[in-house]
Design a protein around this ligand. Sequence first.
Ligand code: PLP
Length: 304
Amino acid sequence: MNVILKNSVNEKVHFDNNNGLQLFLKREDKIHEVISGNKYRKLKYNLIKAKELGYNGLLTFGGAYSNHIPAVAYAAKKNGFKSLSFIRGDEIANNYLENPTLKYSHNLGMKFNFLSRSNYKLKTNEDFLDKLRNKFIDYFLIPEGGTNALGVLGCEEILNHNDKKFDYICCSVGSGGTISGLINSSYENQKIIGFCSINKKYLLNDITKFVTNNNWMLIDDFAFGGYGKVNVELIKFMNDFRHKYDILLDPIYTSKMVYGVLNLMTNNFFKPNSKILMIHTGGHQGILPMNKFLKEKNLTTINY
Ligand SMILES: Cc1ncc(COP(=O)(O)O)c(C=O)c1O
């Protein structure tokens, strides 16, 4: 793919504990300023395949604040593709340029179709997808969140041989592609822990489709009420974390995972003297719309 990446570094996070635990954060968020974190990983092989098959456009799905949508718009623009997305919710069809995520994507040339919430559920229905393939014959279809076998293959490149020393690998989970890649490239002695940002029931099946190892588990105790939900405690945690470590977390995914890991460390969940690696999967673009929402509610915003 035609983008220049920076190295992803594991930074030590000094967190007091009595169990000899060592905590690190893999800064996947720093590999690129737009296609940061898992976005680059999930798009890489999809774009290679689209080029190989001679497609001229990319077609995908996402929520109005999705990190995936601007990443596809950017990757398409940089790699000579047109881009088209189907957005969940038709209520913003007439004023979508007021939404920072969609405005950014629009400025990169992306075109939009707005689906009602019930029609959006068809995003994985094969008949619906066949109709789209026939209508948009020139476009390569990438599923919501970029999670397909090619996306998982890209996520297998997040870990490298230097990460063998870690006992636990922790990441946040949305559509399940990132954790699937981590599981596939992990070592048998490692435990991969996914912190759910949506309902765990659906995720278990999705992940099982992509993986063969069973050294993983999902935890849904730190979802803060579900996808896209935050509360005062989480925002305070993000701001304190930023202040203490100079690391910006996103409000939808990584902040909940980091909050969960620190909580579990305090509660003796991990084996003493273990090394824990958390994956920062990016998502900073979601801060702007979240702050707009918090401001409207007169709540504390995220410092960035
Ligand atoms: C910033 C960020 N982190 C984590 C995730 C979760 O990844 P996945 O959908 O592969 O489970 C997403 C969603 O794609 C995301 O945008």
